[in-house]
Write a protein that binds this ligand. Sequence first.
Ligand SMILES: Cc1cc2nc3c(=O)[nH]c(=O)nc-3n(C[C@H](O)[C@H](O)[C@H](O)COP(=O)(O)OP(=O)(O)OC[C@H]3O[C@@H](n4cnc5c(N)ncnc54)[C@H](O)[C@@H]3O)c2cc1C
Length: 396
Amino acid sequence: MIDFRLTETDEAHLARTFAEGEIIRRYAREVDENEAEMPPDVLPEADEFYANAPALPDVGPEDTQGPVMMLLQIMAGNWGDYSVRLRRRGSGGLGNAALSAAGNDEQKAKWGNMLLSMAITEPGCGSDPSRVSTTAVLDEDTNEWVINGEKIFVTTGIRADGVVIWATIDKSAGRAGIKSFLVEKGTPGFNVPHKEKKLGIRADDTAAYVFSDCRIPRENLLGLDETIPKASSGGFRGVMKTFNMTRPATAAMGLGCAWAAIDLTREALEEAGVVLDYTAGPGGLGRLSAAAEKFMRLEALFEASKLATLQCGWMAGKGLPNNMESSICKAHAGGAVRQITQGCIELLGSIGASRELLLEKWMRDSRITDIYEGTGEIQRLIIARGLLDYTREDLK
Ligand SMILES: Cc1cc2nc3c(=O)[nH]c(=O)nc-3n(C[C@H](O)[C@H](O)[C@H](O)COP(=O)(O)OP(=O)(O)OC[C@H]3O[C@@H](n4cnc5c(N)ncnc54)[C@H](O)[C@@H]3O)c2cc1C
């Protein structure tokens, strides 16, 4: 049975993250407006808060654990501020989720404590990752992979200690030749030429990477599977597994932002005297003001998206295949966070759009939910394949 109700211990652990969120929020406007700078990833106030915080209750078998708690913590962390949160040590990068999905136990132990970015996108390859052209050639004499290629729009790309990259070990094998590798920063031939300027998540150091004859140990191939299945796309499916954790994580990040927008708007509506009567009962919506009714619909959208995301995490925790569910929660969250943040701005009017509040920034920040880790259109293609048995050819 799936049950996402929280225990007291769960609540205490999440309350700690929400409290940190209140602190990191104080930095949000400043880092958004100074995009060209690299804001420090150490926030003394937040670190002090953790240092002085009382011990949390121990987690027992009745408490929420594993991927479900991880997703809830991501939501709570991004509730403070999506953009600043990305800059915090310990928040992990998309590469950490990729390592946890595709690495073996030894690799997870070795690199699990590093901040890892994830680099798939290239100048000629975005929505269709099977077109990755970065190459990894095995040098049998030295037992090293030699990486050559270019990656763009790498989230947390400058600050990360290492990156999980997708590269092909055999271009003639097409999709099946693509594998993921871990490359540590400081490896000769791994260069970071520039930082991108963006609409949202401007505190994040989104970077470009260039690999020129970059040599990494043979055992840096995640999962260590060097075989290329010729007649099927099995190898590619292996590498695509990384999305089964990164897509729900991306959904959760956006949902944290939408959650913040909802809380802020609820407070403003109540202050303005709008009655949010959740007990209106059947047909009761007619007794609500238009503002209350619109707000409740946004809340319902949020709850639906949150539940779909947690269900996906629950499946991952049980070891159940969640490929389609990852796309469902990501596609749903991508649209939901856009509607919620824009809807909240509409409800608040001019103050919603002003820079006095963080709402307009959260709308810009959460827009990325529907772009990286596969756009909404791509998620819907995957869902059509999983749910309706369409083939890749049908969908072309
Ligand atoms: C701020 C930011 C951070 C990012 N971080 C990362 C990162 O950390 N790592 C990484 O690897 N990448 C990252 N990306 C890149 C992101 O994943 C890509 O932008 C995304 O996959 C889309 O690829 P594209 O930009 O090449 O668009 P394209 O693939 O050119 O697509 C353009 C449009 O066409 C649509 N489209 C494409 N194919 C189809 C189709 N078959 N059917 C219907 N519609 C289609 C797309 O949905 C999109 O709307 C980031 C991007 C941004 C903006």
